[in-house]
Design a protein around this ligand. Structure first.
Ligand code: NAD
Length: 294
């Protein structure tokens, strides 16, 4: 039977791991949260007590962790995959992290003849459950080809964007566009409301035109109902925009609008909205105007 390791069994990792064993893989799963391991065992996976156990059993290992420091710790720091994996092992990092960190990890692993591709995803928990994630990949063609059968189970598309780090650069571009789009929709809907025009009617009238977008379709109804249940959390978007701004600094790319939306998200965090859906950007405008959109 085909084996795959899976480290990081959170909101995204758990359903992804489940889809892999539903598709016939033997999944060796590890997380620092023991309850998550137990849940995977109960559903048919193989719970592991350590990274060493995963790396000992598998020569392809998926990681789905929060951010750059967690991936560095699990993959290249002492006691990480680097210490236990066999030569030729392929690490498939599906976390959303900083592209320069993906490159740094690749350089360390190469010293031990361990391979890595970065393969962050878009789509959130519903698409992780359905196995319809959009997967953006950075790395070598032959490593992408090896991982493709796994991507076919986890996602509806997988595109090799370029060399290592490109998957995460692509994900940052995605996150910049989404954040700015939510802010634009929030600002425009508040303009309508303050002008005495029904935002619901504005949404209906413009969603089929040039201003329409997937973001507008998904997030406007939430704003107009005052429903900010995540979805994708404000705190996770702060993490991604922080990585975007850091990457902009390293590469000399101007991110003026991103920096402004980052300030909005950080104010929301300070206001206790870190665990709300990122459509809560609308709440920032509600506070500024003392006017509710719902
Ligand atoms: P999460 O916080 O729910 O899960 C992360 C898991 O990693 C947790 O179970 C945690 O215990 C585990 N973990 C942390 N440090 C660890 C370590 N050292 N060793 C082993 N396990 C460790 O996060 P998530 O929502 O599943 O997101 C994972 C990644 O996917 C993030 O990079 C996120 O930005 C990205 N992402 C999330 C969504 C979403 O909608 N949630 C959508 C697209 C991409």
């Amino acid at each position: 039977m085909l084996k795959v390791g899976f480290i990081g069994l959170g909101i995204m990792g758990k359903p992804m791991a489940k889809n892999l064993f539903k598709a016939g893989y033997e999944v060796y799963a590890y997380d620092i949260n023991n309850d998550a391991i137990k849940e995977i065992e109960a559903a048919g996976g193989i719970g592991c007590a350590s990274i060493e156990e995963v790396a000992g059993a598998c020569d392809q290992i998926i990681t789905m962790l929060p951010n750059s420091p967690h991936v560095k710790q699990v993959v290249i720091e002492q006691g990480g995959i680097i210490d236990y994996a066999k030569e030729g092992t392929l690490v498939i990092d599906m976390s959303s992290i900083a592209p320069n960190v993906s490159k740094e990890i690749q350089a360390e692993l190469a010293k031990k003849s361990i391979r890595i591709i970065d393969a962050p995803v878009s789509g959130g928990e519903p698409k992780a459950i359905d196995g319809t994630l959009a997967i953006m990949v950075g790395g070598e063609q032959e490593d992408f080809d090896q991982a493709k059968p796994l991507f076919d189970i986890l996602g509806s598309s997988a595109v090799l964007v370029g060399p290592i780090g490109s998957g995460n650069t692509c994900k940052l571009a995605n996150q910049v566009i989404v954040a700015l789009n939510i802010a634009a929709v929030s600002e425009a809907m508040m303009l309508a409301k303050k002008s005495g025009t029904d935002p619901k009617k504005v949404f209906e009238a413009i969603r089929g035109g040039l201003a329409g977008s997937t973001v507008m379709d998904a997030k406007t109804p939430m704003m107009l109902e005052g429903n900010f249940k995540p979805g994708f959390k404000v705190d996770l978007h702060i993490k991604d925009l922080n990585n975007a701004l850091e990457t902009g600094y390293i590469t000399g790319s101007p991110l003026l609008l991103t920096a402004e939306v980052m300030q909005i998200l950080q104010m929301l965090h300070a206001d206790g909205e870190g665990q709300s859906d990122h459509s809560a950007i609308a709440k920032f405008y509600e506070k500024l105007t003392g006017t509710s959109l719902s």
